[in-house]
Design a protein around this ligand. Structure first.
Ligand code: ARG
Length: 507
């Protein structure tokens, strides 16, 4: 037997005199040679992340083997009882091994003798590990989905309080047009809603069972792949056995969805860092940090770390694709390195999402400072040009007038003073006064940030009534995604109850 693992071990293997039992078994001797590469070969430590998953997979497989008459009910009962004991003892109690699959099998054999070797009938570690990864990742993805929902709720809650709070909107980090805090926050709710959708979409493809594919080439045993899928809560199988055992595209897809979420958060974090630097937002102490040497400082460290997590998540997505690129069918040991870091980054991104949500929920939006900043930099210029165009002037001429006025309008000008400057510019550019197109009062009101916001009431725009529609749509979207999350979780809990009940029939 080579180091390759093509064997879906057979009953005959398990019955051979030295194939199982105490001491130096075939599993230990041939598959785990030890020596200088011992640590390098072993994934046992990292496999702590799939210890519970492997036990569930072993249980579902053992139940199916008994149901199909491939192992006796009594032997299945002994195997299942041994798995309970192994679970109680914990991952730390497993003996050295190449991986958790081998170590658990060894522990079963240690507890019940050679019949424990029947557990690996009609499967391989290749389909086993692929199933474990998917089983574990489902929980990570759903936890990330939940965090996006919490963040979306926080954004909607703060937006609800600030439907009329005017703030500057920036392009190129320069004041561009006034908007509202609600409109700004809902822009991130929209992004996070797509992040939720991407994660749920990836979940649908993760949630398929490869079990029963064996090494890649199927098995002569009459396995019921649909049954193990059902007992493990999977929504069907990955049909082709070579695809099932070898693909990790679901890891790349999950890592990408997580990296995209982290990138959304990173933008939000960067904005809040800039806004707190400008003094228009103040972060709560709980989300800030101070300097070990400069006590006057209140630093937005939580948001900087959120931004940092995005770098790691992007690295994970590219790292996963790089690892997978060019791997030949069907199984290569490179794959052992593909999943642990995805579980880890899923946890980091979930945590960053929760922290960003908390930072937004507890930040203080300084209405006075926001209103003052909203009028800076002649940010209502576009609104004035729009007004002139609506009054019949070609937009390009209106733009030219406002551009000319921008040379003289300054931040301290009252709306009336600024309107007088626009009038002057109109005479210069067209030879006509503004009153040929619009009243001076209308210009003064277009120059007011709050009026400017109120006038932009196109669908999805910042005017309070347009934002009210957006808020309602955001709330409805959150509710339906919450229902989708609950449905997935219920399906997993039901399957777990079914598996427990089936196991109890044998133990
Ligand atoms: N620990 C291995 C992994 O994670 C399990 C599969 C080993 N299969 C093999 N043919 N060597 O990929």
């Amino acid at each position: 037997m080579t180091d390759d693992d093509p064997d879906a071990a057979t009953d005959a293997d398990a019955d051979a005199p030295d194939a199982a039992g105490e001491g130096d078994t075939a599993v230990r001797r041939d598959r785990f040679s030890g020596g200088p590469a011992r640590e390098f070969l072993s994934s046992l430590a990292a496999d702590a992340a799939i210890f519970e998953a492997d036990l569930a997979v072993d249980r579902a497989h053992a139940v199916m083997l008994a149901e199909q008459g491939i192992v006796d009910d009594a032997v299945a009962g002994e195997i299942l009882a041994a798995l309970d004991g192994i679970e109680t003892a914990g991952h730390g109690d497993l003996s050295d091994g190449e991986d958790v699959h081998e170590a658990i099998e060894t522990a079963v054999i240690d507890r019940i003798g050679p019949d424990g070797g029947r557990m690996h009938t009609a499967r391989s570690r290749n389909d086993e590990v692929a199933t474990c990864i998917r089983y574990r990742l489902r929980g990570d993805l759903l936890a990330a989905v939940e965090a996006t929902l919490t963040a979306r709720e926080a954004l909607v809650e703060v937006a609800n309080e600030h439907g009329e709070t005017v703030m500057p909107g920036y392009t190129h980090l320069q004041p561009a047009q006034p908007t509202t805090v609600a409109h700004y926050l809902l822009s991130y709710e929209g992004g996070l809603a797509r992040d939720t959708e991407r994660l749920l979409d990836a979940y649908g493809r993760v949630n398929r069972s490869p079990l029963g594919a064996a090494a890649f080439a199927g098995t002569p045993f009459d396995v019921d792949r649909g049954r193990t899928a059902e007992l493990l809560g999977f929504d069907g199988t990955v049909r082709n056995s070579m695809d099932a055992a070898s693909t990790r595209d679901f890891l790349a897809e999950s890592a990408s969805a997580l990296a995209t979420l982290a990138t959304t958060l990173s933008g939000l974090a960067e904005d809040l860092i800039v806004f707190s630097n400008k003094g228009i937002v103040e972060l709560a102490d709980a989300y800030s940090s101070t300097s070990s040497i400069m006590p006057q400082k209140k630093n937005p460290d939580t948001l900087e770390l959120t931004r940092g997590v995005a770098g790691d998540a992007i690295g994970e997505a590219t790292g996963t694709l790089s690892l997978l690129k060019g791997l030949p069918r069907a199984y290569n040991r490179d794959l052992q390195r593909a999943h642990a870091s995805v579980f880890e980054i899923a946890g980091d991104v979930r945590e960053a999402t929760e922290v960003a949500a908390g930072a937004v929920a507890t930040a203080d939006w300084d209405e006075g400072a926001l209103a003052a900043a909203a009028g800076e930099g002649f940010s209502t210029a576009t609104g004035v040009a729009d007004l002139l165009a609506a009054g019949g002037m070609p937009f390009r001429t209106a733009h030219e007038i406002v551009a000319t006025a921008a040379e003289t309008v300054s931040d301290g000008d009252s709306p009336d003073a600024a309107a007088a400057k626009v009038d002057e510019a109109a005479r210069k550019v067209t030879g006509e006064p503004l009153s040929a197109y619009v009243s001076r009062e209308d210009v003064a009101s277009a120059l007011d940030p709050a009026e400017s916001v109120a006038s932009r009431d196109s669908a999805g725009g910042p005017a309070p009534e347009a934002v009210a529609d957006e808020l309602a749509a955001a709330e409805a979207g959150i509710e339906s995604d919450e229902a989708a999350l609950a449905a997935e979780r219920d399906a997993l809990a039901d399957a777990s109850d079914t598996l427990d009940a089936e196991v109890d029939r044998y133990v």
